[in-house]
Design a protein around this ligand. Structure first.
Ligand SMILES: *Cc1c(COP(=O)(O)O)cnc(C)c1O
Length: 420
């Protein structure tokens, strides 16, 4: 079977041939037949070293043996019960043990659901309508966060999608990341229920918080009576067991988790201080519910993954490989005299074809994304899969090794030489 032909057929049945827009790569995407370790194999039998890792969840790589075994066993005992289980309690305990702000947990099914519930919780708890998010931050695909900066002097957001009423977007205010003044001005002028922030922006490439910025967000939200929500759907269990809040030593009121938390199965979670979390139904008046919340397959995959993260040297390995790849690419860039910026932390990295520092969404937008895509396609041809967008982040898993990283660096050098 050929990728090109399968894409033609897919377009007849699936909108754009895909089920999530980033997958609709031009001229056609590859269709995966299987994944194992750090490798994806497509329907033509071609192999790729995978730095997309399903856009973040697979910190142990594809089909990690313990996860496969435990999920298989659980499947035989049933895949959904509609009743509470021991497993949910044990898994929640683990999350509380590791994530600094977590005193209680609500498991949901996706990161989108988690941020939707967290924003509702913040509004219900504070009795305020407005929320503040950062330009270029992604918090899933629901109305109050699919919002971009308005034009001119306004901080008020406009929808990034048709079908979202401007009334819904008008309660979402926007500030540039790493900018203190804008945040302060907005909080001064408006009653804001919460600031929701990706502590490391992973949906505009990879943008790090400036020194002291997260601490500033912590202090200013406390001062103005707004909640601080860290959206750690990417950074949770990626920067360490305690996520970015542990790494940067800044504890938010509420955190959203997803991706790695589910060990490769669908999941999301809202966690936070008890006093706030108890506003969720059934205790409180902020409604949240879901047929598959806490489903035993996701619980099992997530729990097993976190056990591995606790007991194996996963972070040492992936962080050191992250360091190697960032250093390796920087050396090539210097040798070839190219204007490319490399950013990253732990096992995350991204490159921007630009001379200026990338500190927020607008500087990310000024980088040359067309050259990035040529680079991405060049690597793909040679069997290296980076997510097909300048505005995604590359990840490394426990299944990657020195050889995979070396091959990748060598291939990057060849492709960059060609582009030059
Ligand atoms: C992926 C992501 C989400 C959405 O999670 P889904 O499971 O895709 O709904 C939310 N926030 C951030 C920071 C993400 O990276």
């Amino acid at each position: 079977m050929k990728n090109r032909e399968l894409f033609e057929e897919a377009k007849g049945y699936l909108v754009g041939g895909v089920n999530s827009p980033v997958r609709a790569v031009k001229p056609y995407p590859f269709f995966t037949a299987k994944g194992r370790g750090c490798v994806l194999v497509d329907v033509e039998g071609k192999e790729y070293i995978d730095y997309c890792l399903a856009y973040g969840p697979l910190i142990l790589g594809h089909a990690y043996p313990d996860v496969v075994e435990k999920v298989g066993e659980q499947l035989e005992r049933g895949s959904a019960y509609g009743t509470p289980t021991l497993l949910e309690v044990e898994f929640a305990k683990k999350v509380v043990e590791h994530v600094p702000c977590a005193e209680m947990v609500r498991f949901v099914n996706t990161g989108t659901e988690a941020t939707m519930a967290a924003v509702r919780l913040a509004r219900g708890y504070t009795g305020r309508k407005k929320i503040l998010k950062f330009e270029g931050a992604f918090h899933g695909a629901h109305d109050s966060v699919l919002v971009k900066a308005g034009s001119g002097a306004t901080t008020q957001g406009v929808p990034t999608s048709k079908g979202i009423p401007s009334e819904a977007a008008k309660n979402t205010l926007l500030a540039p990341f790493n900018d203190k003044d804008s945040v302060e001005k907005i909080l001064k002028k408006n009653d804001v229920a919460c600031i929701i922030a990706e502590p490391v922006m992973g949906n505009a490439g990879c943008i790090l918080p400036a020194e002291g910025y997260l601490k500033f967000l912590r202090e200013i939200t406390a001062e103005y009576g707004a909640l601080l929500i860290f959206d750690e759907v990417i950074t949770g269990f990626r920067l360490g067991l305690g996520g970015a809040q542990e790494y940067y030593n800044v504890t938010p009121d509420v955190t959203t988790l997803g991706k790695i938390l589910g060990g490769g199965l669908p999941i999301g979670a809202v966690v936070g201080k008890r006093e706030i979390m108890e506003h969720f139904s059934p205790l409180g008046k902020v409604y949240q519910a879901g047929t598959f919340n806490g489903n035993p397959l996701s619980m099992t995959a997530g729990y097993t993954t976190i056990q591995v993260l606790e007991t194996s040297p996963v972070y040492e390995k992936v962080n050191s490989l992250g360091e190697s790849i960032r250093k390796g690419v920087e050396e090539i860039i210097e040798d070839l005299g190219l204007s490319i910026k490399v950013y990253g932390i732990a096992s995350m990295f991204q490159m921007y074809f630009t001379e200026e520092d990338v500190v927020d969404y607008s500087s990310a937008l000024r980088a040359d994304k067309d050259t990035f895509m040529e680079f991405q396609r060049g690597l793909l041809r040679e069997g290296i899969f980076l997510p097909p967008s300048q505005y995604e982040c590359n990840f490394i898993s426990y299944a990657h090794d020195d050889r995979a990283i070396e091959t990748t660096i060598t291939t990057m050098e060849e492709v960059l030489r060609e582009l030059k």
